[in-house]
Design a protein around this ligand. Structure first.
Ligand code: FEO
Length: 166
């Protein structure tokens, strides 16, 4: 059955939200690369890639359901952050917004009886729980490091160690 038009439109908007998140994380990666915090940079770069994967999941779903993908513009992301905690706070707030967006999508899919879309969105519901948990944990660590460059570098090294080889 072809995808319901209102749902298709809302999913297209979500592609844009995911790509916007990718752009924001890439700007954070660039900021930390320029501040020589390679671990934070690699963490955000990896996350930027994950957001593109999220967008492509929805892209593929729309195509498979006979809908049309329509890309929209992406606003210029913020590029300066006082410290890693400030960037992570921004990330956590953005992830909370994404969770809200997924919930609204799910409600719409439920309302118009788009069962296939509800099923596809289950993956995103789970993912958002993990995403918020990840950023909450990291924020706690970055806040504990505070303004100490030494402690931030220790945390940075740990993030670098956790990164897969480039
Ligand atoms: Fe695709 Fe981080 O939400």
């Amino acid at each position: 059955m072809k995808i319901e038009s209102q749902v298709s439109e809302a999913l297209n908007a979500q592609i844009n939200n995911e790509l916007r998140a990718s752009y924001v994380y890439l700007a954070m990666a660039a900021h930390f690369d320029s501040d020589n915090l390679k671990g934070f940079a690699s963490f955000f770069r990896r996350h930027a890639g994950e957001e593109i994967d999220h967008a492509m999941r929805i892209y593929d779903f729309i195509v498979k359901r006979g809908g049309t993908v329509e890309l929209k513009g992406i606003a210029v992301p913020e590029k300066n952050f006082r410290d890693p905690a400030a960037a992570i706070r921004t990330a956590l707030a953005m992830e909370a917004d994404v969770t809200d967006q997924i919930h609204k999508l799910f409600e719409l899919a439920h309302e118009v009886k788009e069962y296939g879309t509800q099923n596809m969105l289950h993956w995103f519901l789970e993912e958002q729980i993990d995403e918020e948990d990840l950023f909450r944990d990291l924020l706690e660590q970055a806040e504990a490091a505070g303004d100490s460059r030494w402690h931030l570098m220790v945390l940075d090294n740990r993030l670098l160690g956790a990164a897969p080889p480039a």
